[in-house]
Design a protein around this ligand. Structure first.
Ligand code: HEC
Length: 122
């Protein structure tokens, strides 16, 4: 009789533990579900990159060399667009390009994303 009582207590103890872990599982699942917004890769936002707001401030650092004196010109949209169209822009700013060291990896990703998004005057 005593051992049965002990077993019962042991069983109800087990039940408590089982329920507690089920509940904590459910709670942790709920927590996961609240984090559903997409996190940009590496914390870098490459969605709908804006020429005016994102790229122009970057290119402002480049125009001391890339003014209108031949080569790649980065002073205005039309010049940047033609460098995007002839492939030189992507070539220079990609991780294997000669200008990559002058950019953060996020800036490089944003310029490449902008080109892939159609190099729009946005
Ligand atoms: C110290 C001068 C200097 C600065 C600053 C500079 N560049 Fe350059 N860049 C050059 C030279 C020199 C070349 C090679 C000649 C050319 O194509 O004009 C070049 C080439 C390029 C090219 C063409 C690559 C190719 O494959 O034809 C791109 C694109 C470019 N740079 C982008 C940039 C960007 C973006 C910045 C700003 C983050 C920048 N550059 C800053 C000097 C500079």
């Amino acid at each position: 009789m005593k051992t049965i009582m002990k077993n019962k207590r042991y069983l109800s103890f087990l039940m408590v533990i089982v329920f507690a872990s089920i509940i904590s599982l459910l709670v942790s699942c709920e927590k996961d579900e609240t984090i559903t917004y997409p996190t940009p890769v590496g914390g870098c936002d490459t969605t709908n990159v804006s020429y005016a707001n994102t790229l122009q401030p970057i290119f402002a650092r480049c125009t001391s060399c890339h003014g209108s004196s031949g080569g790649v010109t980065l002073t205005d949209y039309n010049s940047v667009k033609s460098a995007a169209d002839n492939g030189k822009l992507a070539n220079g700013v990609s991780p294997t390009g000669t200008m990559y060291s002058l950019l953060s990896s996020c800036e490089s990703q944003q310029i490449l994303a902008w080109i892939n998004q159609g190099a729009k005057n946005n």
